[in-house]
Every structure is written in structure tokens, then in C-alpha cells.
Design a protein around this ligand. Structure first.
Ligand SMILES: [Zn+2]
Length: 564
């Protein structure tokens, strides 16, 4: 069947939204400089008498270098304090562009909430392969930039993969941190909202509030398509209420532009929290009547004043991708119909439906008809059965790719657009599927993680089918930083011990550098043992067998999302 490829286009609202994000540095109160539009995220430099405070360090070292150069044009005063507002990679990954390792050693306060590192580790460790892959779709990182690709992320300019570093906080706190740098008094307040560790920075003398990601220039991402834990909308709305209590004169969000004026800020924050609560309350209202997420999506729309609010456009978050997350957050995945409990297997179901529909050729012609009638969604849904039944069906894949492209061009939501176009690339066989493993964890990033966090990841790398009859306990130790932990494979599961038990079958000692070399496959286990970089107490072969029970730490499975 011949396929018409339609020319690329961008939803006019999305195009306008993205075009307004040209890079610029806003200077507020004379001494506060917010770099906007250089990356998906803002960084803010607060200039004191003889030293500066930096809030957030951008999404990658490459982007951070550009921002650091901009800040250098403004002031040469050294950065003495760095504050991370929360753990998301776009806020913590460029630190090394602003301060050198030597400066860090001389004493720079790096301030973060006490659970920040644990959150980073979950994303960069336990679920890194899938989260990294899905983030690539959400941000359209492999798409060209422009009409035929990504125009941005919905809350900033296009996000590109880049080199990431991670400098963990050396000053942590639970709820509030107060300090003074260069004569500037500052407070960091834990205000759970978009994330559990979200913090706002308050400058009491100038009444300036840095609101991090509790509010940004888009409808809030109550759910992130890349995958996230439940973001309880009511915790978020209450977080915005706490921001209102500051009665700030200047509000600096870290995605979006600063806002000035007490009244204007209060009105914005009130509308923002109202939109969040509205979606939450109406979703629960219909959940309580037994409605399913898809049914609720059909019903719940926003009041006009909030729908058309300049800060609440569905460019990043959307009602339709938030509603099922709210449902799942409260009730879990089960919608209540027992046909969901043990469904007909995935591929078998597809084959049976295709038979009922009249066979493959019939489905192809129905899909072509739908495409001809501009019903891309239906075309894509029909073709999904063919691709599911046979993922090598190139004609079905090409047609579904075209349906998804046409669908994506019409989307106002940047993450939907990015996901649709990336899926089309995957179906066309033009997307490199390799790149699982520690895609979020570059050596520079992992370097900053404690041994326990690194080794804990091994538990979800266990090849259980090779260890059903196997039992062994190995202790791990670093010679330079004196960190310890242990892993025990016990007939199909691997238990992690933060404090190693006294009895173990073998002990592995390495320094941090040799650990990283091994993890990132710069050397093999045998080579490292041979050169003395890894010291084994016990049988070398036994330890090698033990480690062989795990998938390689930095594995690179092929991961496909659209063609399954
Ligand atoms: Zn962010």
C-alpha cells in the first residue's frame, strides 16, 4: 500500500510557547541573576559583597559551561555556596562547570535536602535503563531540532543529551537550612510539591522567593511520561500554598520567567494551586462513581479561566496524562473488571483480534481508510494489533509511524509530540535501540555516589534463573574511602547489606577508581585482580562465579517501546 507522507508542522500554540524561550539573563533586585532559556532549566546566581550563592547547576556540564560564562561576564566574585532545589537531573548535573574540584576541596557548601542522594540513586541506579530510555522519548533527545522534530520540552528549549556530573551535597538538612554567604541571608525550606525533596530558597532581606519546580510556566506535570512515583496533587497544591505565605515581592521559578509584585505573585500562585486541586478533586469525584481513568479523561475539563491562563497551558503537563496517575496513586492499577486479572497473552490477543477483524490485509486497508479520513488515532490503534502480532511487519510499522507523526504534529503538549515522533522513528527502524544500562549514570556522575548506593543496584541485576541453587555471601570494601557493604545471593534473590555481616565467604577490596573502571568496563575483573587493583580474600574463581551471576552493571540491552 503506498503511503503518503505529510509535511512536518508544529501546533501554533506550542510554536509560540517555545519561541518565547530565547536565552537571556534576568537581573532582579540588582544582585540576583537568573539565566533563562540557555537550557531546559534556569540557574540563579545571587551576588553578595564578596561571594556568590548559586541555586541549581543545570542539566549538563556542557549547558552549565555556557551559563557559567554568562555569569562571569557579570561578576568575578567566587561561588561559595551551591544550593540544589531538588534531585532532578536538570538541576544538579552541571556543578563541575561552576566550581573546580580544588575549589570544592577548599570549602564550598553544597546544600541539599537529606534525601536528595537517595532519590538520585533510585533514578540513576535501580531503574536507570528504562527511565533513561523513556526520558529520551519524553524530551525527544534523538530527534532533530525543528519542524520535523522537537521544538522543545514544553518548559524550556530542546533538551539534548550531554555530559553530566554529580557533586553530592556536603551540607544536608531535613526541613530548613539557614545561612549567610557574602552578607546575604538565605533560607532553604523543604516544600514537598513536584517532588518530595522540593525546596524553595527564601531571601528574607529582599523578599525574593526562588520557587524551584513548585510552579513553572506550564500546566504542572502531575505525572511525567518518562515514569515517576506518584506525585500527590494535594501535596503539590499545599506546597504552593506555603509559597503564598512568604508574600514574596519577586518570584523566581526555575522553569519560566521571574514575576514581580506581591499581588501578581499571589494571584499566580492561587490560580496554579487551584488548577492542581481542581484536577485532583474532579478525578476523585468520578473515581468515586466507579469511572475508569479513560472515562474520566473524557469528562474532566478545566474551568476556562484556568484553561486559558498563560501559566497553565498544557505544554508540559496535561490533564489527560495526569488523570490516570491520580487514579493509580489512590487505587493502584486495577480498575475493577476481572478480565484484567489474567488477560489473554499479549501477542495471542492481537492475533485473535486480527482474525476477527478479517485478517491482516483487512486491518491494513481499514487503517489506510482511517488515515485518509484524518483519524490518526484510530489508524494507530488498528495498526498496533498488527505490530503486536508481528513486530517485523514492516508495512504496518511504516503506516503506524506515519499515523503517529501526523498525530504528533497536532499536539500542543511538547512531551506528547516528542514521544510520538520518537516512536515513529523507532517504528521506522531509525532509532538506535542500544543504550540501556546506566544511561543516566556517566562515570563522572557515579563517581559522586557512595559505595552502598552503587552496590545496591546489583540486586536488580541478578540473573535469578542462574542462581536458584546457589548460596554465597561476599563483602565489599573500599581501601581509600573505607566504605563497606555486602551482597548475599540466596537461591534466586540477592540481599544487600549496608552493614556487612561478620561471616562471609569472600571479601573484595578495591579503591574507588578501580571500582569505577570495573563498573564502566574499562578493565575486566580478571585484569583488575591480576594488576592488584582488586584484592580478593578467598577464592578468586568463586568470586568471579558470584559476579557472573549478575548482568553487567553497565549493560546495554536493546530497549524498544513502540514496537511491541
Ligand atoms: Zn526541573
Amino acid at each position: 500500500m503506498s503511503l503518503t507522507i505529510i509535511p512536518a508542522s508544529v501546533h501554533p500554540d506550542l510554536a509560540r510557547h517555545q519561541e518565547s524561550m530565547q536565552p537571556q539573563v534576568f537581573t532582579l533586585n540588582g544582585n540576583i541573576h537568573t539565566a533563562f532559556g540557555f537550557a531546559i532549566v534556569n540557574c540563579t546566581l545571587i551576588e553578595g559583597d564578596d561571594a556568590c550563592i548559586l541555586v541549581d547547576t543545570s542539566t549538563s556540564v556542557d549547558k552549565a559551561e555556557i551559563v557559567a560564562a554568562e555569569f562571569k561576564k557579570i561578576t568575578e566574585k567566587p561561588i561559595k555556596t551551591i544550593i540544589y532545589t531538588h534531585f532532578h537531573a536538570d538541576h544538579v548535573s552541571g556543578t563541575s562547570a561552576f566550581v573546580s574540584e580544588a575549589e570544592l576541596e577548599e570549602g564550598i557548601d553544597v546544600i541539599g535536602q537529606e534525601e536528595l542522594v537517595d532519590h538520585v540513586m533510585r533514578d540513576v541506579g535501580l531503574i536507570a535503563p528504562i527511565l533513561g530510555r523513556r526520558a529520551m522519548y519524553q524530551f525527544g533527545m534523538r530527534l532533530p531540532i525543528g519542524q520535523d522534530g522537537t521544538v522543545g520540552a514544553g518548559l524550556g528549549p530542546p533538551q539534548r543529551p550531554g555530559k553530566r556530573s554529580f557533586v553530592p551535597p556536603n551540607k544536608t538538612f531535613e526541613k530548613i537550612y539557614k545561612g549567610t554567604t557574602g552578607g546575604i541571608n538565605f533560607e532553604v525550606h523543604l516544600i514537598p510539591s513536584e517532588t518530595e525533596d522540593q525546596c524553595a530558597v527564601w531571601l528574607p532581606d529582599s523578599k525574593v522567593l526562588l520557587s524551584a519546580d513548585a510552579v513553572y510556566e506550564s500546566f504542572p506535570n502531575v505525572y511525567a511520561l518518562r515514569g515517576t512515583r506518584f506525585r500527590n496533587p494535594m501535596i503539590w497544591a499545599q506546597g504552593v500554598d506555603r509559597l503564598r505565605e512568604f508574600a514574596a515581592q519577586i518570584l523566581i521559578p526555575h522553569h519560566g520567567r521571574p514575576v514581580e509584585g506581591v499581588k501578581k505573585i499571589d494571584e499566580l500562585l492561587t490560580d496554579y494551586r487551584d488548577a492542581i486541586q481542581y484536577l485532583h478533586d474532579q478525578t476523585l469525584r468520578y473515581m468515586n462513581k466507579g469511572f475508569t481513568p479513560d472515562e474520566i479523561k473524557e469528562i474532566v475539563t478545566m474551568p476556562e479561566r484556568l484553561r486559558d491562563h498563560p501559566w497553565l497551558g498544557e505544554f508540559y503537563g496535561s490533564y489527560k496524562h495526569a488523570i490516570p496517575a491520580i487514579f493509580v496513586g489512590y487505587l493502584g492499577w486495577y480498575q475493577g473488571d476481572p478480565v484484567e486479572l489474567n488477560p489473554t497473552p499479549w501477542k495471542e490477543k492481537a492475533s485473535r483480534y486480527i482474525d476477527i477483524m478479517g485478517g491482516r490485509e483487512k486491518v491494513i486497508s481499514l487503517a489506510a481508510e482511517a488515515l485518509g479520513a484524518d483519524d490518526e488515532q484510530w489508524a494507530a490503534e488498528l495498526l498496533t494489533w498488527l505490530v503486536r502480532a508481528n513486530s517485523d511487519d514492516q508495512e504496518a510499522r511504516a503506516m503506524k509511524a506515519e499515523a503517529l507523526r501526523r498525530w504528533a504534529y497536532q499536539q500542543k503538549n511538547a512531551t506528547w509530540r516528542n514521544w510520538g515522533l520518537t516512536s515513529a522513528m523507532e517504528l521506522d527502524g531509525k532509532l538506535d535501540l542500544a543504550g540501556g544500562g546506566m544511561v543516566l549514570g556517566s562515570p563522572d556522575q557515579v563517581k559522586g555516589f557512595p559505595l552502598v548506593n552503587i552496590m545496591q543496584v546489583m540486586t536488580v541485576r541478578l540473573k535469578s534463573e542462574e542462581s536458584w541453587d546457589y548460596h554465597m555471601r561476599v563483602a565489599f570494601e573500599t581501601s581509600d574511602t573505607e566504605e563497606r557493604c555486602a551482597l548475599e545471593i540466596r537461591r534466586g534473590i540477592c540481599q544487600f547489606y549496608e552493614n556487612p555481616p561478620i561471616d562471609f565467604d569472600a571479601r573484595v577490596t578495591f579503591n574507588r577508581k578501580s571500582l569505577l573502571n570495573w563498573i564502566f568496563s574499562k578493565t575486566t575483573f580478571d585484569e583488575a585482580v591480576g594488576s592488584g587493583d582488586i584484592i580478593i580474600e578467598g577464592e578468586v574463581d568463586t568470586v568471579a562465579t558470584f559476579l557472573g551471576k549478575f548482568e553487567p552493571f553497565n549493560q546495554s540491552d536493546e530497549i524498544s517501546l513502540a514496537a511491541r
